[in-house]
Structure formats: structure tokens, C-alpha cells
Unconditional design. Structure first.
Length: 103
């Protein structure tokens, strides 16, 4: 199973809103989709530590915003279509491989 987000982190997110930044919005979507930080970092091409900072409201470079918006739209679509939330690590790996396409 993908590593679940900690109850403390979920509580932290519950206390935040859209005005707290795009990183918080991204984090809320990823928690809802059960997308592990590692998968998110690989898809977005940044380190897991960067994702962690973004999820906590850290600054995001302006050249990354369009990519993040597009990724959040994909998460919304996949939630609506029942592709997400992920149930286990095998699904997380498959989601990532499907996302990046053939190597």
C-alpha cells in the first residue's frame, strides 16, 4: 500500500485553504488521490523534499506553476473517472508508469 499521509499532516492540510497557496491545493488533491509524494516528485521532476516543502506552503518557482496546474487537472479527471484514489503500492507504480509513458 502506498505510504499513507500522517494524521498530523492531514490535520495540517484541513486547517489550510486555497489562499495558503498552490502547494497546499496540490497537497490536498494528492492526499485525496492517495498519491505518494515519491510518485508526485517523479511525475513533476523535482525531489521529494521539494514536494514536501510545497505541500507545507513553501515557495514554488513561477516556471513550475503551469505544470502543477496541468497535473492537478489530471488528478481531478482521474478522481472523477475512478482511476484515483490509489489503493496500494502496485497501483501507485502502475499510475506512474502509465503517466510517463513508454521509456
Amino acid at each position: 500500500m502506498p505510504r499513507r499521509y500522517s494524521p498530523d499532516f492531514v490535520e495540517f492540510l484541513d486547517a489550510r485553504n486555497v489562499e495558503d497557496g498552490i502547494g497546499i491545493v496540490l497537497a490536498k488533491k494528492c492526499v485525496k488521490a492517495n498519491l505518494p509524494m515519491t510518485v508526485v516528485s517523479k511525475i513533476l521532476g523535482v525531489s521529494r523534499q521539494t514536494i514536501h516543502a510545497w505541500f507545507r506552503g513553501g515557495a514554488i518557482q513561477s516556471d513550475r506553476l503551469e505544470m502543477i496546474d496541468a497535473f492537478m487537472a489530471i488528478i481531478d479527471r482521474d478522481l472523477a473517472e475512478g482511476v484515483l484514489p490509489l489503493q496500494d503500492f502496485k497501483e501507485a507504480k502502475k499510475y506512474y508508469l502509465d503517466f510517463i509513458g513508454p521509456a
